[in-house]
Design a protein. Structure first.
Length: 211
């Protein structure tokens, strides 16, 4: 049974998604910025100062974003996720956690936890955003409903010629085939078209395919 969503329900879903995406992006932006500053602090104090130190953290968080996008693309196309993308995502998460922990470890265990939190928040909110994108794609994709629709009702031919061919095949299978004249009269087809349908169906039924 098909569920009909009212306009009010659709508007509510849209507002919920907008609010969720806005919250996720806001948290991700703040957490990503703090995580970036922590990474710059650690990288700059361990041999990579200046412009290199400021650019270096991008290779960490950028790896997380790129790997997540590859996994998202695989999920949207219902393909097996590349192992390398999973490995690189894990490496990126491990690296951003490590540099954030190092930024606060000098203040003790609590300082390490406080410093690590922005990295966890960035990774978590980004993955939540990917989940929202996947869910939105599943709801909007007509391909997901197609298999169910095919099981619930037969496909309706879109033209008189297609309907005539479907009827011809069905009656051939039942052992009482429609003649070209019957196809012409019943479906309003030109005689040449009706004759071609009959010839094509008979060839298929006899195992010869289209001549």
């Amino acid at each position: 049974m098909q569920t009909t969503v009212s306009p009010a329900g659709r508007n509510s879903d849209r507002l919920t998604r907008i609010a969720a995406v806005a919250a996720v992006l806001g948290v991700a932006a703040v957490a990503g910025w703090i995580s970036y500053l922590h990474a710059v602090q650690i990288v700059s104090s361990h041999g990579e100062p200046g412009a290199v130190g400021r650019a270096y953290p991008v290779t960490i968080d950028g790896l997380i974003v790129a790997s997540s996008m590859v996994l998202l693309d695989a999920a949207l196309h219902k393909e097996t996720a590349p192992v390398l993308a999973r490995v690189l995502l894990g490496a990126g998460i491990g690296a951003t956690l490590a540099v954030n922990i190092l930024a606060g470890v000098s203040y003790g265990p609590l300082g390490a936890v406080v410093s690590a939190w922005p990295a966890l928040a960035f990774v978590g909110t980004y993955e939540v955003l990917m989940m929202l994108v996947r869910a939105s794609s599943r709801r909007a994709s007509p391909g997901d409903a197609e298999p169910l629709a095919g099981k619930l009702s037969p496909r309706v031919p879109g033209t008189a010629e297609a309907a005539a061919e479907a009827a011809s095949r069905a009656t051939h299978a039942a052992g009482n085939p429609l003649t070209p004249n019957a196809l012409q009269t019943r479906f309003g087809l030109p005689r040449t078209v009706a004759a071609e349908i009959d010839r094509r169906v008979r060839a298929d039924m006899n195992g010869h395919g289209h001549e």
